[in-house]
Design a protein around this ligand. Sequence first.
Ligand code: PXG
Length: 474
Amino acid sequence: MSIRARVCILWVKSYLFIACFWLNSPMDDIAKPVVGNELNLEPYWLPYTANRAFKNAPRIIESAQGFYYKTRDGQTILDSFSGLWSTGLGHCHPRIVKAVQDQVAKLDYAAAFQVGHTGAFELAEKVIDFAPDGFDHVFFTNSGSESVDTALKIALGWHRVRGEGTRIKLIGRERGYHGVNFGGMSVGGIPGNRKMFGNAMLPNVDHLPHVLNLEHNAFSKGQPAWGRHLADELERIVALHDAQNIAAVIVEPVSGSAGVLVPPLGYLERLREICTRHGILLIFDEVITAFHRIGMPFGCQRFGVMPDIITTAKGITNGVIPMGAVLVSREIYQSFMNGPDYAIEFFHGYTYSGHPVAAAAGLAALDIYVEEDIGARVKELEPVFETALHSLRDAPNVIDIRNFGLMGAIELAPRPGAPGARGMEAHVKCFEQGLMVRHGMDTLAFSPFLTFTPDLLEQTFDTVRKVINTIRNS
Ligand code: PXG
């Protein structure tokens, strides 16, 4: 073969090698999804998101004001979900914005352990003023997940410091959502959140049955009449494990993430009664239901059922700066206050517990709840919301609608062989129509702003109806 031919073959081989390398290169993927103005989408692994679908058709929010988002390409989106159940007072509330701006310029951060700063003490006092009687102490966290794990540790610690260290079992509920940390994940009961981590769950956990039953309770408005007896399952669980081994029961007063599961009439009362009788702590996870989401400062007040521990987050700062909190009684707090007074009583806490900027946002938010009489506005809006939501009863593929306070859900029948596809389609199409709607599988969830208007509720559900009408049957 001539030298020329050899060079030619070599050239073709190198070309093919480079081409193959290029085609197979992982760098190729990393560099690709870029939207207008060169935003590289690839490095960010989005939470609870279908990353590949998202990156093929991104929905990027650039700014927010009041009830609206603005996207990167200039579209205005009406937010029907108050952020993620978090921003009930509206986006960029000027008072909270100002409080945060002032605070960050004055004290950006203060060490959280063995020293304190004014804002955290002031906020703890305000949260207690806001809370039902009997709650006297607040432990600050940075999220709902951290609040839940903190509450579970307080429950275990409380039994132990009182000499009942055998009480280590934790009882959650099917379809409950208590965040994503190990404790919350283990007591949680949404199958999709559990299956990937199945063998790593905490041991010593059991679950109550969930309270959703379409056969008996489809299209209930408010609390369903049927299902109080489901709380009696706790008696069965206590008999199985023995009360002396059980530390706490944790439930959301109204389950949010699972698609708004409302407790049947008498159900929470019955749980309370059984827990009291057996010396088991009752924890209400009020990450969503607190701060007027269901018409009272805390959900337990609306139901008239008092837990022993409350977890919360989201609305405490109107979602502006991450913060969570755990509320306990004086009795629980005092039980830990033993041993020498120089010793730490509870080996738990976060670098950002009671963060000064979050505390400033919280102080402003709590003032607004009171001064703008948000409770009264929610009471007025609740029946309007209920009527608007239930007006979709006759829309195609709607198999249930449920609501309580300003929490509501529309459940669509799953498309055969593709559960979740209809919900996703509804979410994307609503967004294209200028409406942010949350979906979990095939359930659309609604969490309107606490200060929303009847007109905007009408607009919301007109859009949802239009979209549901266009969703394929098969
Ligand atoms: N407990 C409850 C009752 C919650 O609703 C958490 C704990 C965890 O909070 P963090 O702050 O760690 O996320 C939550 C959170 C949805 C949705 O679409 C719900 C939540 C978060 C995001 C979306 O229903 N709930």
